[in-house]
Structure formats: C-alpha cells, structure tokens
Design a protein around this ligand. Structure first.
Ligand code: KE4
Length: 428
C-alpha cells in the first residue's frame, strides 16, 4: 500500500529537516520498504493518519500505552497538573508518589532515580554499576537493545575474545571493548564468560524477556542461574525492564520469574506515553548516586510534574490483577489463532508472547536466540507487514520488534485483526 497524498507530502518536508524524515529510525519503514504514514490522532487501540485512514494499532508507541491511546483519565490528570506548571527544576511531591507506586510493585527497587528515557536509565545504571564495583566491563546479550548508549551499540567481536567491536560509527573501539557479548538463552556461554572475566565485569545487563529481537521467553532456571552466577562472582545483575516493566506482569519480569535484580531499568509504561525513564535498586547501591554519593547523573526535566502525573495515573489504573489476566488471555487468544490460521493455509508461523507483548516469526521452529531470529523469513514478514497495513492493521515495521496489546484491544478488534491476518496469509 502506498501512503496517502498528505502523508507523502509531510514525509517529503520531514526528510529535508530530519535524518530519514523521522525522530527514531524504526519509524521510517526502512526495514519493510515503502514510506511511513504520518499520524493525525489516536484513541484507544486506533490510530489515524493524515489522510484519514484508521488502523488497529499494535505498535502502541512501542510499549508505553498499555491503557490505549489518550486514556481519558490520564489526559484529565495531566491537564489538571500542567495548569500548575510544566517543569520546576526543583523537587515536587509527584515524584514521591510515582516512586512509591513503582517501589511498592517492584520490591527489589528500594531507591529510584527518574530520568527521561530508557536510554538514560540504562546508561546511568551501567555507570552506577561500574562505579559501585570499580570494574569497567559489562556483559550484554546479542540481539538485546538497551537504548543508544555507546556501550550498547556494539557487535560481537570475532573469535573467542568476545570483546565487542563498535556496532555504529562514532562508538570508540576502546568503549566497545569494555562490552562482552554473549548469546541469549545460553547459560553455559554466559557462565564461561563471567567466570573468565569476573575481575573486570561490573554487571550483566539483560532483557529478562527479550522484546527487541522479537519476543523470546527464556526458561525460569536460565534467569535463576544468572542470578546465582552474578552472586557467586561479585557481578551486579541489571534487568532492563524498560519494555517488560508493568507489561508482562504487575511487577514486571522480576515477578514473572520470581528473581530480583540488583538494578532495574524502567521506561515506557511508567510514563504512560510521556517521556519518563528510571533506574533503581538496592539502597546500598543507589546511595552512591549524586548528590548522596559520588557517581554523577543529572537531568533538567527529570521528575517533571506532568510526566510524573501521567505515570501515576497509568500505574494506578493498572492496579487490578484482572486487567493483566484479561490482557494475557487476549494475547494468547490472538497468538494461538494466528498460528492456527497460518497452519491451515500452509504458512510456517510461530507466535511467541509474554503477558501482552507478542511477535509472529515466519518459521516452523521455536525461536530461542538472535541466530534463530535471523533465520526466520524476513521477506515474508515484509509482505505480511504491508498486507496487514492494507487491511487496516498497523504492526511494528520490523520483524525484530514486539506487538503490544492494550486494554482497548477488545475481542471485536482481535476478531477484525484475525480476519485481516487470514486475508493476508492466503496471499503470501
Ligand atoms: P528509549 O531510549 O527508546 O526510551 O528506551 C530504550 C530502550 C531500552 N531498553 C529496552 C528493553 C527497550 O525496548 C528500549 C526501547 N525500545 C525500542 C523498541 N524496540 C524503542 C523504539 C524506538 O527505538 O523508536
């Protein structure tokens, strides 16, 4: 499908002013071809482009909008608060309110610092880990995305060294060398790495449930074993729960697996669509953060009242457990039916999910790591993406992303999604 005339015009102007015409690369449709539509408005599970075309939205701003777009109670709360000022550059009570809501649900977080994005939360968390342990290196998993901090934009080095090399121009080799990369879901590889380099490794940072190479849910013992490994070798365990936090369970992946991290990175849902990130964890570690401790981190808009208000109302509306059960049931229903329909039409499809995030992989195998993901049929995904768009369903424009359901994704919208899915599958 080609976009409508107004989106085309907007994209043309945008490309003169912004690299690729977008504020974040995935939005450019570069992974699937074609041009992105420009959004006019969104409400609930629906998003409408500049030419008036509406779609059932499974991007949902890549995770924050578990309550759906423009939830009336969130808007009401923000409006009230913004009339008292947008940003103070001084402490305000709403920071305490959101901090309490988060720490009540994630007991591993005894103390928290607000920032403005997931990238800031992970960047700050590894600086804190390095400062606390006085060790320079970190370990991350291949296929995990922790934002665009230099230490994370790396790729596996050649040979056994596992010292990473820059994954983007502009990342210094000396910085990349301080990041070890290892396959996700392979405890032996991680254990060998940590045992060999424990003296220089400050932390292991992990997406406890992968979302950024598509959804991959590891076995519980994998996560439990990593916890023990870090304890045994004086290495901090950082859970990057920017995506999974308050998404896969009321208390995030740490509740899902029953495993606590030393530090947790958050974003997305805790801002309810407004720019909020946070990192937090054991008091003995967090007390090292400036101004209480020597490890510096700061931010002009951190903790600003309007963003805090959006997060507070969002988390308060996420209070009841039934909501998570409903979201999980609907996600499972959608995933199972999508697989069934594909099988009926002889198309290999595996849909992996956790809570209300899911990813369809065009393969007849389970997907356990980044190597598996790369073997899935990307060409077929591209056709599927455009087919679904033509049918009025907007899914993430990359096979390496997660779909997000919200409480606004009613059974009726799921049925509409499944008929679109069947219409597209038969043409693949
Ligand atoms: P932000 O800086 O984009 O707020 O958060 C970075 C980040 C950190 N950790 C995890 C687990 C994340 O998923 C993210 C951001 N997720 C992507 C979606 N794959 C954001 C979408 C985008 O880059 O535009």
């Amino acid at each position: 499908m080609s976009t409508g005339p107004l989106s085309k015009e907007l994209f043309l102007s945008a490309k003169h002013l912004m690299p690729g015409g977008v504020s974040s690369p995935v939005r450019s449709f570069s992974s699937v071809g074609g041009e992105p539509f420009f959004v006019e408005k969104a409400k609930g599970a629906m998003i409408t482009d500049a030419d008036g075309n509406s779609y059932i939205d499974y991007v949902m701003s890549y995770g924050p909008l578990i309550l759906g777009h423009a939830h009336p109670q969130v808007l009401e709360k923000i409006t009230k608060v913004m009339e008292r000022g947008l940003s103070f550059g001084a402490p305000n009570g709403l920071e305490i309110e959101l901090a309490k809501l988060i720490t009540d649900r994630m007991p591993s977080i005894e103390m928290i610092r607000f920032v403005n994005s997931g990238t800031e939360s992970t960047m700050s968390a590894i600086r804190l880990a390095r400062g606390f342990t006085d060790k320079p290196s970190i370990v991350k998993c291949k296929g995990h995305y922790h934002g665009h901090g230099d230490s994370f934009l790396v790729q596996a080095g050649s040979g056994v060294a596992q010292h990473s090399i820059p994954g983007s121009p502009g990342v210094p080799t000396d910085t990349a060398k301080l990041t070890f990369t290892v396959a996700f879901n392979d405890f032996d590889a991680l254990s060998a790495m940590v045992k060999k380099h424990a003296r220089e490794i400050a932390a292991v940072i992990i997406e406890p449930i992968s979302g950024n190479m598509g959804v991959i849910v590891p076995d519980k013992e994998y996560i439990q074993n990593i916890r023990q490994l870090c304890d045994d070798h004086n290495v901090l365990l950082i859970f990057d729960e920017v995506m999974t936090g308050f998404r896969v369970a009321p208390g995030g992946a740490q509740e899902y697996f029953g495993v606590e991290a030393d530090l947790t990175c958050l974003g997305k849902i805790i801002g309810g669509g407004m720019p909020v990130g946070a990192y937090g964890g054991k008091k003995v570690i967090m007390e090292k953060v400036s101004p209480q401790g020597p490890i510096y981190q700061a931010g002009t808009l951190s903790g600003n009242p309007v963003c805090m208000a959006a997060g507070i109302k969002t988390l308060k509306l996420l209070k009841d457990k039934e909501l998570y059960q409903t979201l999980a049931m609907r996600t499972q229903f959608l995933a199972d039916q999508m697989e069934k329909i594909a099988k009926h039409h002889g198309v290999d499809l595996t849909v992996q999910y956790a809570g209300s995030m899911m990813t369809p992989f065009f393969t007849n195998k389970n997907v356990y790591n980044f190597e598996d993901v790369k073997k899935t049929n990307q060409k077929m995904f591209q056709k599927y993406f455009h087919g679904m768009l033509d049918e009025g369903v907007f899914i993430p424009p990359s096979a390496f992303e997660a779909w997000f359901l919200s409480i606004a994704h009613t059974e009726d919208l799921l049925k509409k999604t499944l008929s679109a899915h069947e219409a597209v599958i038969t043409k693949l």
